[in-house]
Every structure is written in structure tokens, then in C-alpha cells.
Write a protein that binds this ligand. Structure first.
Ligand SMILES: [Zn+2]
Length: 503
């Protein structure tokens, strides 16, 4: 078969300070730059932990060929601009105009895109694609575990296949599962009935980690439903998206999507997962620490068997933060923390000033808090410059999965027992190499602070003695009751077992 393939990934935090324009999608970071036309297929290889890479590898195995549309992504931020959405969706839809050229369509989507002019980004993309290809051409999309899935998305796609891990170590594998589902459809899978359930509480990102309960058990149960027979029908695919909470629109929240040979089978599978989600609500509650208490706790413990790792979740660049707030760092300096490091602070100006001072030099900096998302002032302090790098290195942990990272000029600076890795590009600290390439060995420290919510766990948790979630300035608000929501579904609880949104 000839499969038209494309993708358009964005996770929108509608409360974040910066929008995603066309340029944000055009450039490469830890994932490839925008691909349009034939380069799209060769830009991805089988080992990459990216959905479309897994899809291409699996569909190739079945002997299929590809019609490249367009593929791109941008790091999470506020709304996708109208210009970016229309240009990129236009490329995808235009590529489908020649209807005799393809037999099916696969799209690599995130599922939590909010645009300046459209709330339900992926619903809009899938509707426009469906209208172009007609009702009978197979349309399958893969989605991030943080998708905020809508009825409209479910309606226009034949199947939505969702990641099952957070940290997302199965992105490539999910693309492969989408290809296998499509293959089953090519081989005569009966037209599948769909069931969709929206869960009535928001789950904080830090509580969604599938390395611990309740998410670990939930996703095990979801996977076990694939292929089983319920009543009079076989279930082909069951999907749970735990949602991306800082998105102020009616589709925000967790959801279940099930496909089966009969309505009854699809409904029963979806209801089983929805019931498990209802039972699990109390288990999704999680303690948030103040920076002061968290730093004091780690300093009192002074672990010699791996650091206490503090997740500075609210400033996570993977969820709309700019990676430059200094709430935890200020506390580390105030408490004169020892054997302590923070990574990665985004501050190109300070990195350049440290580089100018040179290794072994001293430099007076106004550090961090420059992009103005949080109501904070930079830290004014003199630092010793320990190491300067060009920020080019290989990530070795399971999340970035062997990708080459480019952080620009990067400085390791020190004040007393506190070290900071300052980079010229924004990146979520989810790999030990982000510290280690400057000579810091995370496993030997007593305290490590990472600007990440959960992805860091894949590489840092094995060496950590403990992980604490910290509530420090940043736009990825962990306590959703503090977000100025206006457009959620009425009645949805803002936190597990918390108060309901009144509208
Ligand atoms: Zn995600």
C-alpha cells in the first residue's frame, strides 16, 4: 500500500509566556527540523524514539511505500499562531489533493494543540484531512500520553493510538503500534466501533509517571485489554491519555479511547478503564514541597548514596517553562547548600559572560529570571567559572535516547557548594549528560535540582536516593486550583479529589 505520512506536534500550555510561530516549527532541536517532501522519509531512522520513525520502520517491514506530506514539531509553549497552523496544516492537506496517489494516511500528532484561532488543533487537522480524503480512506494517528482528546478527534480518525509510558520511552514503539493497527485494517479488520470517555478530574503531570503507581498499574491493565474478546466482540486497541492540564479549553483532561468489533465490546473496554481511573483518583494526589523545605530536607539528609533530586516542575521547558526561574537556586544559595547542583538554567547572556571570564575566572552575574514569565528578579552574585563547553554532546539516557544535543555555549559556575549549569538554549534536564558533560557527576552529589517534571526520572531516578516535587515559580502550575481557568468543562475537578470547576 502507499501510505501518506505527516505530522504536526505541539503541546500547548495556554498560560505560558511565549507562542509557537512558524519559525519555532521550522528549526531542529533534539528532534529534526520541519520536513516537507521527499526528505521526510530519510530524516527518520528506525532507532529514533519518535512516533513517525517507528511507523516508517514497521510499515516498511510490511512492504508499504510512503507519500511524504509534512512533519514538524516545536517545544511546548503558549498557543500556536494562526499563521503557523494554517501554513503547516495547508502543507499536509495539499499533499493529499492527488487522491490516486495514496491508499491510507498516518499522522504523528501530539493531541494537545491550542491555536490562536482554533481551540482543538488536532480536531481541526483531522477534520480537514478527512474532508480531503473522503470517508473511506484509512486515517490513523498516534498521540502523546498528554493528549487532551476531543470527540471531534475521535470522530474523524479511524484510530488514535496513544503512548503508554511517561517518561515517554515508547514514542517510536507507539508509531509502530499505529502501523500494526493500520496493517490489521488492510488485512480485513471489521470496521471498528469507537468508545470515548472523558475523565472528570485533572491529573498533575508529576503524578502521571508510569514508573510508579497508580499509572504503572493502569497502563498495564490498558495494554492487557488489547486483543481480548469482551461479550460478542474482539477489542482491537485501548488507549488512555492522562492529559495535559494547563490548557484552558473544554477538551482538557484525561480520556479513554477504545476500538472493538462491536459497540458493546468497545464500550465495555472503555468503561473498565474509566472505572479504574475513578478508583485511582485518591492515588493521584501528590505532595508539593516549598523550595525552602525541600533544600533544607536534602541538606539535613546529606545523602552519600545518591542525591535527593528536586523536580522544579513549574519551570519545566517541556511544559511551557523558559527554564530560567531562580526560586530553588535562591534557596540553595541562602541555605549555603553543599554538594549541590542545578541544571539546566537557560541564560545565554550569563553563559557568554562566564565564557568571557574564562575557566578559573570569577564573574559577577545577574543570573536567570530574564524572560519575565514569573514575577522574579535575577540573582546578583559573583561566581567562579569552573568549566566552559560548546554544549555539544550525546545524551545517553533512555528519554533522549542517544540523540545529539546542542545547548550552545554552556557554563558550569560555582558559588560555595552550589554549582549551576547555564546553557544558551532551552532544554528539559532529562539526561545526566546535561550535567556530566561539564564534569559534574550527579550520583556523587547530595542535592540535584532539575528543570523537568517527570522525564528526568528515566535517567536520574536510578541514581537518586529520593525525588521531591517542588513548587517554585514558573508557568507549569502544579496546583491547578491556582490557574485562572475560564473554559474547562463544567464540573471537572481541578485536582484529584479537589474542587470542581464552576465555570
Ligand atoms: Zn508528553
Amino acid at each position: 500500500m502507499r501510505i501518506a505520512i505527516g505530522g504536526f506536534q505541539h503541546e500547548t500550555n495556554t498560560f505560558a509566556p511565549t507562542k509557537a510561530d512558524y519559525r519555532a516549527f521550522e528549526q531542529a532541536d533534539s528532534w529534526p527540523a520541519l520536513q516537507h517532501g521527499p526528505s521526510l522519509v530519510s530524516a527518520f531512522n528506525a532507532g529514533m524514539n519518535i512516533p513517525i520513525a517507528g511507523f516508517i520502520a514497521e510499515a516498511t517491514r510490511w512492504g508499504h511505500t510512503f507519500v511524504p506530506l509534512a512533519w514538524c514539531h516545536a517545544t511546548p509553549s503558549a498557543h500556536v499562531t494562526e499563521d503557523a497552523f494554517e501554513r503547516i496544516t495547508g502543507m499536509i492537506v495539499d499533499g493529499l489533493r492527488e487522491k490516486s496517489a495514496y491508499d491510507a494516511v498516518y499522522l504523528d500528532l501530539h493531541g494537545a494543540m491550542v491555536c490562536e484561532h482554533v481551540d482543538d488543533g488536532e480536531g481541526e487537522i483531522l477534520e480537514r484531512v478527512r474532508k480531503m480524503i473522503g470517508p473511506d480512506v484509512t486515517l490513523v494517528a498516534s498521540l502523546d500520553l498528554h493528549a487532551n482528546v476531543t470527540e471531534r478527534m475521535v470522530m474523524y480518525a479511524d484510530a488514535l493510538i496513544v503512548y503508554r509510558t511517561y517518561p515517554h520511552i515508547d514514542m517510536g514503539e507507539t508509531g509502530a503500534r499505529a502501523a500494526m493497527h493500520m496493517e490489521a485494517m488492510f488485512k480485513g479488520l471489521p470496521k471498528q466501533a469507537k468508545a470515548f470517555r472523558q475523565i472528570d478530574y485533572l491529573i498533575p503531570l508529576t503524578a502521571q509517571c508510569t514508573m510508579s503507581e497508580p499509572a504503572a498499574g493502569l497502563y498495564r491493565d490498558v495494554a492487557a485489554l488489547d486483543g481480548i474478546v469482551l461479550g460478542n466482540g474482539r477489542v482491537s486497541s485501548v488507549n488512555l491519555a492522562t492529559g495535559f492540564p494547563p490548557a484552558d479549553f473544554a477538551g482538557c483532561g484525561a480520556s479513554v479511547i477504545a476500538y472493538g468489533d462491536t459497540e458493546a465490546a468497545a464500550n465495555e473496554a472503555a468503561d473498565r478503564v474509566a472505572r479504574r481511573m475513578a478508583e485511582s483518583e485518591p492515588l493521584f494526589r501528590e505532595k508539593l514541597w516549598s523550595p525552602k523545605d525541600a533544600v533544607a530536607y536534602a541538606m539535613q539528609k546529606m545523602s552519600t548514596v545518591g542525591p535527593v533530586v528536586l523536580a522544579d516542575t513549574q519551570d519545566n521547558p517541556g511544559a511551557g517553562g523558559n527554564g530560567d526561574t531562580v526560586g530553588v537556586l535562591r534557596e540553595m544559595l541562602a541555605q549555603k547548600a553543599q554538594r549541590a547542583a542545578l541544571g539546566v538554567l537557560f541564560d545565554p547572556q550569563s553563559a557568554a559572560e562566564a565564557a568571557a571570564a574564562g575557566e578559573g575566572g570569577r564573574v559577577k552575574l545577574r543570573l536567570g529570571a530574564k524572560t519575565g514569565g514569573a514575577d522574579e528578579q535575577p540573582i546578583e552574585e559573583e561566581f567562579e567559572v569552573v568549566k566552559i563547553t560548546n554544549g555539544e554532546f550525546l545524551a545517553t539516557g533512555p528519554f533522549y535516547g542517544g540523540t545529539h544535543m546542542s545547548l550552545g555555549t554552556t557554563a558550569r559556575i560555582r558559588s560555595g557548594g552550589v554549582e549551576v549549569v547555564v546553557a544558551s538554549r532551552k532544554a528539559q534536564c532529562a539526561d545526566q549528560e546535561m550535567l556530566r558533560h561539564t564534569g559534574i557527576e550527579p550520583s556523587e552529589l547530595a542535592l540535584v535540582v532539575v528543570k523537568s517534571s517527570v522525564h528526568f526520572r528515566a535517567h536520574f531516578e536510578p541514581v537518586a536516593s529520593e525525588v521531591l516535587i517542588v513548587e517554585s515559580p514558573g508557568p507549569n502550575i502544579a496546583d491547578h486550583t491556582k490557574l485562572p481557568f475560564k473554559h474547562l468543562r463544567k464540573g471537572i475537578r481541578l485536582m484529584p479529589e479537589g474542587k470542581a470547576f464552576a465555570g
